[in-house]
Design a protein around this ligand. Structure first.
Ligand SMILES: Nc1ncnc2c1ncn2[C@@H]1O[C@H](COP(=O)(O)OP(=O)(O)O)[C@@H](O)[C@H]1O
Ligand SMILES: [Mg+2]
Length: 286
């Protein structure tokens, strides 16, 4: 017997529409997730390769046609200097239009080359912490401001200052991923636990979901110490350690001094190879 085709009841139709709506919003969410991925480069120690990593990771992401914004949260302004910007004579810096809340964020963004923009900082940013001391929203200033520009970029890379103060906390609150550069020496192991603790506490108190990764920088393969330190970190942190290793090379230093990325300065150098690897690994994770 042929079964008579039953007409769909109105509530079945409602259900199906609801399922379709949920499905569409899921797709929408996953598309949004691909936009504006915010990655902070953090370590309270200076001289570990944060800025060089922020600059060169951004340059390679841009070369992969990922629209990238490099954001400098360090009052020393090294990101801008490392990309040839006269940070002492900026019309506007991240301080004026971004954290101070006046004006439009896009007025402060400078275009460096195709797919690569920068939000430069300078010494003005140093006063921010004291100015915001009575602001109850001081830890979320950055994340709030970023909402209006996030959709314009695939990646936003934040270069943090060498301290765990308000600026670093703002960066962490905004980030989905944090890369902690560490040098491959015994001394460097001491201290980076502090930033891990801070991230852990922030994640717990603010219910944040941050992926944390460690990156070896200044790696000297000929030294036994480097490999011992790497093994120790690998056995402790496992998959949180990035496979990419940034080797020590004067070429990276020279590129920064010239105000260009390693990709432009010396495309066949090992520094270029290493940061290329890093960009590829980051794109695979995120
Ligand atoms: N892999 C590397 N090999 C050699 N020199 C490096 C390397 N990474 C960074 N440098 C140099 O070391 C110094 C400190 O690096 P930087 O990125 O400014 O550290 P941070 O931002 O953590 O203070 C800079 O002069 C930079 O050019
Ligand atoms: Mg720096």
């Amino acid at each position: 017997m042929v079964k008579e085709k039953t007409r769909e009841k109105p509530h079945d139709m409602d259900n199906r529409i609801q399922i379709l709506k949920d499905w569409l919003s899921q797709i929408q969410r996953s598309k949004e997730g691909k936009k504006g991925r915010i990655i902070s480069i953090c370590n309270q120690k200076g001289g570990v390769g944060k800025t060089v990593t922020a600059i060169n990771l951004s340059a390679f992401l841009a070369a992969y046609r990922q629209r990238t914004l490099l954001m400098d949260l360090d009052p020393q302004g090294h990101c801008g200097l490392g990309l040839g910007i006269d940070v002492d004579n900026l019309d506007k810096s991240i301080y004026d239009t971004f954290l101070n809340g006046t004006g439009n964020l896009t007025d402060t963004i400078l275009s460096i080359k195709p797919n690569l923009d920068i939000l430069p900082a300078n010494i003005d940013l140093a006063g921010l912490e004291t100015e915001l001391v009575n602001d109850s929203h001081r830890a979320t200033k950055l994340v709030d401001k970023l909402q209006s520009i996030r959709h314009l970029y695939e990646y936003i890379i934040i270069d943090c200052p060498p301290s765990i103060g308000l600026l670093t906390i703002n960066a962490l609150v905004a980030s989905r991923m944090v890369i902690i550069p560490i040098q491959s020496s015994f001394f460097s192991l001491h201290g980076f636990e502090r930033i891990l603790e801070t991230i852990g506490t922030l994640m717990e108190t603010l219910s944040l979901d941050i992926k944390v990764y460690l990156l070896f920088t200044f790696f000297e393969g000929r030294l036994r110490e480097s490999w011992i330190v790497r093994e120790k970190v690998k056995s402790t942190f496992g998959k949180h350690l990035l496979n990419t290793i940034i080797r020590k090379t004067t070429r990276l230093n020279e590129a920064t001094r010239r105000g260009i990325s390693i990709l432009e300065y010396e495309p066949r150098s090992m520094g270029c190879y290493d940061y290329h690897q890093l960009a590829r690994e980051v794109m695979e994770i995120e």
